[in-house]
Design a protein around this ligand. Structure first.
Ligand SMILES: NC(=O)C1=CN([C@@H]2O[C@H](COP(=O)(O)OP(=O)(O)OC[C@H]3O[C@@H](n4cnc5c(N)ncnc54)[C@H](OP(=O)(O)O)[C@@H]3O)[C@@H](O)[C@H]2O)[C@@H](O)CC1
Ligand SMILES: Cc1cc2nc3c(=O)[nH]c(=O)nc-3n(C[C@H](O)[C@H](O)[C@H](O)COP(=O)(O)O)c2cc1C
Ligand SMILES: Cc1ncc(COP(=O)(O)O)c(C=O)c1O
Ligand SMILES: [K+]
Length: 536
């Protein structure tokens, strides 16, 4: 036993060091200023390899969008598929020499199913889920997924007609019961599932399925097939998510007669089985992030890289994007005149603290909009580096495009967008350079690399290639290798915007957002901020 483990550990290490990094692809979203005709559906053609994908996935049906979780898209051609026998062998190896227990694998598999669903179907629009669970481990995955989906904010129901008395399964049932998740018998299910559920999780059979489905699963499978006809009759029907194998399909041949279920999503576990090649629905995911390199090597598995910390990864063709259907319904607490600070700077600090507390990434990133003498506006992101009664400060290159525009027209607008909080803040005012001292002080507080970078970059001018920047950077690194202080170039420094108008925006349902505007007023020779509500 020790020998096997020792050997596999060594093998794992050596495989890890040689493991080719499979390319991960993502497709980009962009601000949706384009308003297509209702029928205008098109797919995003742009797929770019990135080292660590972290993106949203957009899908074809209204309400289907990726959450904030990362996902990536992988070319179907480069993925390998398992036969039924190989799938069973992998199972045995994982739970034999590799030391996994069935509970562990099932927990991770069920979690993968739940996270795949959450990536595509938002709980606000696809809330009622029926998990139909079969007698084997595929059914167990369905029970685990139902529990996670409950915690993700969905309302799951479970149909589990052929139970096993094994402690693992009775434990899963108890866990669901303790969450008051209803169990429905086959008789309690409506004839037509389309009215009561938004998502049907097909966890009836996995890779050990053989022959023709026996009762009561034959009828349950028919219920799922019938949904297809309701849809053809223009009725809204729930989406079907199949766990590992679309139930009733041959594990290798797929939907042989062509009259089987047609899932919208397939979550392959460990590695796709051969039948997955026949899956033509819009969402194919892989889950079960536990495959050790030793197994991948043995079965020559080519699997996509899981992005970041994600429990699932999209495989197969990217779905078509209907940009016109992408929308969020903002749900936030009310933002009322009585609650706001009299001084907009205090209000800004309050919201900034909220953004920090919510762990938002770079809450100090703001869009800066400027116009030159030609009156043509341009925007770009900069980082807020200080804010007080004198204004909002950022640093940049004094010979950049924005600097040229600011010299021609010293007025600008700043925009903060705090996605996770449904908030934006607009600040407008006049701009001036900060003192040289202030720029000096800030410049030397930056990492050495960024200081050198600022010297190298003649910001907004044309560069013949990346190598030129790197070459200059290297030369500077050598030049200043023995110096503790890197001199700030004259062409780098800060700007300060003195606010003349603020607007605090908080998203609300039905687009009836809160907008409170602050503008300065003279009252009895004193400057005070007047607050008004603007129509959304
Ligand atoms: N790495 C892995 O391997 C992992 C595997 N995982 C999961 O395990 C799944 C495989 O599980 P599994 O082996 O328990 O098989 P599965 O198909 O769920 O059920 C077999 C049951 O169905 C029955 N049955 C068969 N045919 C039938 C028919 N025609 N009509 C009626 N009943 C029929 C059969 O009864 P029998 O025919 O033996 O009498 C038996 O009771 C796999 O797909 C994945 O989801 C993950 O949890 C974690 C990682
Ligand atoms: C999140 C983020 C923060 C940025 N922060 C700064 C910054 O603080 N200063 C800066 O000069 N450029 C910053 N940039 C780069 C600018 O967006 C822009 O590319 C650059 O300043 C040139 O703009 P210009 O040609 O309009 O002058 C940032 C970019 C991003 C995406
Ligand atoms: C070109 C440029 N300058 C300055 C900054 C701000 O960097 P720092 O936080 O080091 O001041 C950024 C940040 O992205 C940048 O891209
Ligand atoms: K299934």
């Amino acid at each position: 036993m020790r020998g096997v483990l020792g050997k596999s550990r060594k093998m794992i290490c050596s495989l890890l060091s040689q493991a080719p990094v499979s390319p991960a692809y993502y497709y980009r979203s962009s601000p949706s200023i384009y308003k297509p005709k209702p029928s205008n559906r098109f797919s995003w053609g742009f797929l770019a390899p990135i080292p660590s994908p972290a993106i949203r996935v957009f899908c074809s049906k209204p309400g289907e969008v990726g959450g904030l979780m990362a996902s990536s898209v992988q070319n179907q051609g480069s993925i390998s598929y398992l036969t039924q026998r190989e799938a069973a062998e992998v199972d045995e190896t994982l739970m034999g020499p590799l030391g996994f227990s069935v509970d562990q694998l099932m927990e991770l598999a069920g979690l993968s199913v739940a996270t795949s669903i959450a990536e595509v179907y938002k709980p606000s629009e696809y809330n009622r889920i029926l998990a139909i669970c079969g007698p084997g481990n595929n059914g167990g995955d369905g029970l685990v997924a139902a529990r996670h989906l409950y915690h993700f904010g969905y309302k799951p129901f479970v149909c589990y007609p052929k139970r096993t008395q094994k402690p693992l399964y009775s434990g899963l049932v108890t866990q669901l019961e303790s969450l008051s998740i209803p169990f429905l018998s086959v008789d309690e299910l409506p004839m037509d599932l389309s009215k009561d559920f938004d998502i049907l999780v097909d966890a009836m059979f996995g890779f050990s399925f053989h022959g023709a489905p026996r009762p009561p699963f034959d009828d349950l499978i028919k219920k799922l097939i019938n949904l297809h006809y309701y849809e053809q009759a223009q009725r809204k029907s729930p989406v079907i998510v199949s766990v590992d194998i679309p139930s009733g399909w041959h594990v290798e041949e797929g939907d042989v007669g062509g009259d089987g279920i047609k899932p919208d999503m397939l979550v392959s576990l460990t590695a796709p089985k051969l039948c997955a090649k026949k899956f033509s629905g819009p969402h194919h995911f892989l889950g079960g992030r536990f495959v050790p390199p030793a197994i991948a090597e043995k079965y020559k598995l080519q699997l996509p890289q899981y992005p970041g910390m994600s429990m699932c990864v999209r495989i197969g063709k990217p779905p078509q994007i209907d940009i016109s259907a992408l929308r969020e319904n903002y749900i936030s607490p009310e933002f009322l005149e009585e609650q706001v600070e009299a001084d907009p700077l205090d209000q800004f600090r309050k919201w900034f603290d909220d953004a920090m507390a919510a762990n938002l990434k770079e809450p100090n990133a703001m869009a800066l909009s400027t116009t030159g003498k030609d009156g043509k506006p341009s925007s770009r992101m900069v980082l807020l580096k200080g804010v007080d009664k004198d204004g909002f400060v950022w640093f940049t290159n004094y010979e950049s495009q924005k600097a040229r525009q600011l010299s021609e027209n010293p007025h600008a607008a700043l925009l903060f967008y705090w996605d996770g909080l449904n908030r934006q803040v607009r600040v407008e005012g006049s701009v001036e350079k900060v003192s040289d001292e202030e720029s000096e002080q800030y410049f030397h507080s930056r990492p050495r690399g960024s200081q050198l970078g600022a010297i190298v970059s003649k910001q907004s001018t044309v560069v013949p290639g990346r190598h030129v920047l790197h070459q200059q950077y290297k030369e500077l690194e050598e030049k200043y290798s023995k110096e503790s202080l890197i001199p700030k170039p004259k062409y780098w420094g800060g700007y300060r915007l003195k606010p003349e108008r603020f607007e605090f925006w908080q998203g609300q349902p039905s687009r009836l957002h809160d907008r409170l505007e602050y503008s300065p007023q003279e009252t009895d020779g004193k400057r005070v901020w007047k607050i008004v509500r603007l129509a959304p």
